[in-house]
Design a protein around this ligand. Structure first.
Ligand code: PLP
Length: 407
């Protein structure tokens, strides 16, 4: 009867709590720069034209149904998703084992479970960037991993703390599990350059570190799927081609399928490795999925696989990615320019140097609170603003609000 009396109450999730405060806020000018979801120029959620077309195609098929998928998910999706992330050229796709996951979070969860059952990785530390997406900590700690932070952001100069990051990777014990954001780093919006990626992956190789790529924003950062997969492709085709690595892939942001939970988890084997490993790995991944969700959700998977396999829809999707990334980029420039015009104290160039959904503005938690209380502009307490929430109608207002809290 009193078995649950000792259950400790946890604080609410910061981001979803912000969303709740925002929805209760009666001020008409309120601006949502909290949650990382794309909004159009009217501040509304955007269903991508490629998605609208794919939905029509799927639901007009006379054989359309809601049957279960197999345990590993929809094969058309997992195959096409692997090609999307790795590319088509010069890669032996037999090296990759792919299963469908509950979006990017589910892929990270499968990664943590999978690593926890492998004797050579189960007692290892997982290294995540400082700062990172908060759920990285939860996911790996839940699975019993020790989680340590590697230097990533130079808080004072608002840029990548590259030298410190590289020497950190060199200084830790060989064989560490390193989580790298493939592109559009969350929350900083600052990615390594191509030259810096080469250096990072060289150290991964020298130190025999085990790399886990989290790819939640492919195509969303630059508008180009290829450019945003640069680090992953460099790793699998060149720098780490004789190593195993993992890729967690989300279609939440780049296809705008947030609530449909479409993603994939990929295990990449070394070039020329033992082909029988694939069968064993797949059997373990299937056991994880079967015991937790039985089989992954079908609807979003059908939409994304249709987009990735129908040439006309793929082309439309490429345009949609440019629409989203282009509008966000434009808003970065508008916000920076307004702050410069207002002579807001400080340098704001980092806003245009960053990419993807977010800007790590450099505002502290008091400023973030004041933005919310006085101006109804919602950003997270660490100063992260979702640039997708800006539009022609509110960007000047937001700049003025930032100006007021900074002075
Ligand atoms: N990884 C990073 C870095 C993210 O920012 C997110 C979402 O915000 C995810 C993974 C997972 O998102 P989802 O589970 O919605 O695909």
């Amino acid at each position: 009867s009193d078995v649950f009396n000792s259950v400790q109450q946890l604080p609410p999730d910061a981001l979803f709590n912000l969303k709740a405060r925002l929805s209760k806020d009666p001020r008409p000018l309120k601006v949502d720069l909290g949650i990382g979801a794309y909004r159009d120029n009217n501040g509304k959620p955007w269903v991508l034209p490629s998605v609208v077309k794919a939905e029509k195609l799927i639901t007009s098929d006379p054989n359309y149904n809601h049957e279960y998928l197999g345990i590993s998910g929809l094969p058309q999706l997992t195959k096409a998703a692997a090609k999307t992330i790795i590319g088509h050229a010069n890669f032996d796709h037999d090296r990759i084992i792919s299963v469908q996951s509950l979006s990017g979070t589910g892929a990270l969860h499968i990664a943590s479970k999978f690593l926890s059952i492998i004797p050579t990785t189960k007692s290892k530390t997982v290294y995540i960037s400082d700062p990172t997406w908060i759920n990285h900590v939860n996911i790996f700690e839940n699975e019993g991993f020790k989680v340590e932070k590697y230097p990533y952001w130079d808080y004072e100069n608002k840029c990548l703390n590259f030298d410190a990051m590289l020497s950190y990777f060199q200084s830790i014990e060989n064989g560490g599990i390193i989580l790298l954001h493939a592109c559009a780093h969350n929350p900083t919006g600052m990615d390594p350059t191509e030259t810096q990626w080469r250096q990072i992956l060289d150290v991964m190789h020298e130190k025999d570190h085990f790399v886990l790529f989290d790819s939640a924003y492919q195509g969303f950062a630059s508008g180009s799927l290829e450019k945003d997969a640069f680090a992953i492709r460099l790793a699998v085709n060149e720098k780490l081609r004789d190593s195993c690595l993992l890729i967690c892939q989300s279609f939440a942001k780049n296809v705008g399928m947030y609530g449909e939970r479409v993603g994939c988890f990929h295990v990449v084997l070394p070039e020329g490795g033992n082909p029988s490993v694939s069968t064993s790995v797949l059997s373990q991944l299937n056991k994880i999925t079967r015991s937790e969700v039985s089989n992954p959700p079908a609807y979003g998977a059908k939409i994304v696989s249709t987009i990735l396999t129908n040439e006309e829809l793929t082309n439309q999707w490429h345009k949609d990615l440019i629409t989203m990334s282009g509008r966000i980029k434009e808003m970065r420039y508008k916000l920076r320019d307004h702050l410069v015009t207002l002579k807001t104290p400080g340098n704001w160039d980092h806003i245009v140097q960053q990419c993807g959904m977010f800007s790590f503005t450099g505002l502290n938690s008091e400023m973030a609170q004041r933005l919310e209380k006085k101006h109804a502009v919602y950003i997270t307490g660490n100063g992260r603003a979702s640039i997708a929430g800006l539009n022609e109608g509110n960007v000047e207002y937001v700049a003025k609000a930032i100006d007021e809290v900074v002075r």
